[in-house]
Design a protein around this ligand. Structure first.
Ligand SMILES: *Cc1c(COP(=O)(O)O)cnc(C)c1O
Length: 425
């Protein structure tokens, strides 16, 4: 971003207050120009299971609206209990061995930052080198949260190109490992193509090299187990694979929990003990936090606990069945449109389509004119969607508009407006 883009709007601090009702009405009015996410028009950012889940999440969040999870160990033992139970339920879901441990965080990026930091701590301890930097090796489809972590911690990231079938190239990842490699990462699934990396093979090479393997199941963690239980061919990705030392999984994605809520797990309590930050040399008392942030909303903790309790495995399976059947319908509908194809072999709920004969971005632009906010891939040029029930409920509308957009692009004609840019946020 340029400094100009960061300039705040011209506005002064209000000298007088305003009536609450007027302020709330202004907030509602201000949303008018936002994407119509309730109608599935946002390509990501929003996740829906069913209305009852949203309502319970909101109610549970409100119940703990005021409490601060920073004080979970002292002032709010109930928050600590809820958090520990969320972690315990998830460790069971992810086939963790006894003795495993984890934490709730405010998001996937924070979970990843913390796991990378724990790994760097261990590498420094093992090498008896308090300044060791080291590298991370992963497929090029790795989420940029790892690059953010690497930038903050001065680590090198080696992104290895995917194979022609767009799957992670494990042999090339293996070849990129050297003496300074401290971390391998596999995604379940990756963000661009929605494909689960071959975690079983990564687990084997992690054990061979005795290198830490983290599984970024941020987007798929709370969906993949239920898809597998439904008999879908989703590869193994969790602690059942012995080389997996840590995992991240976002409750605020396919856990259908209110934001902010994510989880990070370690195969053993010894590894987990690398995460918390402790400080005692200042005029105040001992300061210990398990996460990167200090103050954080207890609402996210209570709401996650409530949603997990409400749905249980049976509820998550039911929603996964309905959602994945809807996504199958979407995939079949896209494939039925002459000139379009699905990118790779998506394993879960991220699906991208492209075209060999038409410009996918030109089609995306026409969809955007119909209110469908595009999310674009650069390699290959494609249109990407992170789908939940919001998108499943509107599959037919989307496909109808997509057919029209394709027909218009095929017919040629003016392509008005500025070119679209592939961007995530
Ligand atoms: C969403 C996502 C993240 C980051 O999660 P945030 O909650 O947005 O910080 C990391 N990895 C993958 C694969 C993701 O899809």
């Amino acid at each position: 971003m340029t400094p100009e883009q960061l300039l705040a709007p011209a506005m002064t601090f209000p000298q007088q207050g305003r009536p609450a009702e007027e302020i709330l009405q202004e907030l509602r009015d201000r949303k008018a120009g936002d994407v119509f996410w309730q109608g599935g028009r946002a390509p990501a950012f929003m996740f829906k299971a069913e209305a009852q889940v949203d309502e319970l999440g909101r109610a549970a969040f409100t119940e703990y609206f005021a409490e601060n999870a920073l004080g979970a160990s002292s002032a709010f033992p109930s928050v600590r209990g809820l958090e520990q139970e969320v972690v315990a339920m998830a460790l069971d879901l992810f086939n963790a061995p006894s003795g495993a441990a984890g934490f709730m965080t405010t998001g996937g990026s924070e979970s990843i930052l913390l796991a990378v930091h724990a790994c760097r701590q261990q590498a420094r301890q093992h090498r008896a080198d308090a300044r060791h930097h080291g590298n991370i090796v992963a497929s090029e489809t790795l989420h940029p949260a790892f690059d953010k972590a690497a930038a903050l911690m001065d680590l090198e990231i080696r992104r290895v190109p995917v194979r022609p079938d767009l799957r992670a190239d494990v042999a090339a990842i293996d070849a990129a490992i050297d003496d300074n490699t401290i971390l391998l990462v596999g995604s379940a699934p990756n963000f661009p193509y929605g494909m689960v990396d071959p975690i079983a093979e990564l687990s084997r090479i992690a054990l061979d090299h005795n290198v830490w393997l983290h599984v970024d199941a941020c987007v798929g963690g709370y969906l993949a187990p239920f898809a597998r239980q439904l008999g879908r061919p989703v590869p193994a990705f969790d602690f059942a694979l012995p080389g997996v030392r840590s995992m991240s999984a976002d409750l605020h994605k396919y856990g259908f929990c209110p934001k902010p809520a994510s989880t990070v797990f370690y195969r053993s309590a010894e590894l987990a003990a690398l995460q918390p930050f402790s400080f005692n040399t200042w005029p105040s008392g001992r300061f210990v936090t398990s996460t990167a942030v200090g103050t954080r909303p207890a609402g996210g903790v209570a709401a996650a606990w409530a949603v997990l309790q409400y749905l249980g495995a049976e509820g998550y399976r039911r929603i996964a069945a309905e959602m994945l059947a809807g996504i199958d319908r979407y995939i079949a509908g896209v494939r039925a449109i002459d000139g379009l194809h699905i990118i790779g072999q998506p394993d879960l709920a991220i699906v991208a389509w492209g075209s060999d004969t038409l410009d996918a971005y030109a089609i995306a632009k026409r969809l955007a004119q119909r209110g469908w906010q595009p999310s674009l891939l650069k390699r290959p040029r494609a249109v990407h969607r992170m789908m939940s029930m919001l998108h499943v409920e509107t599959v037919d509308d989307y496909l109808a508009d997509l057919r029209q957009a394709v027909a218009e692009v095929r017919a040629g004609g003016a392509d008005a407006g500025p070119a679209l840019e592939a961007r995530y946020s």
